[in-house]
Design a protein around this ligand. Sequence first.
Ligand SMILES: [Zn+2]
Length: 65
Amino acid sequence: MKKLTCSICGAIYSYEEEHLIYRDKDEKNCECCGNTLISWNGSKIPTHFKLIKDGVKKSNDSFCE
Ligand SMILES: [Zn+2]
């Protein structure tokens, strides 16, 4: 299991890396603030994203729901 942190709101996600037999190009946006968390272009893709820790909205310092 790998982890990544949103650089905007600080939300923490866990994910798995998967090797596909084909190439895929996509990105995952933060469920909290919409920031692009990670993008990929190839056969190694992140998948099974799971929000571990909510981020904080900068606008009013409240936690995302
Ligand atoms: Zn975020």
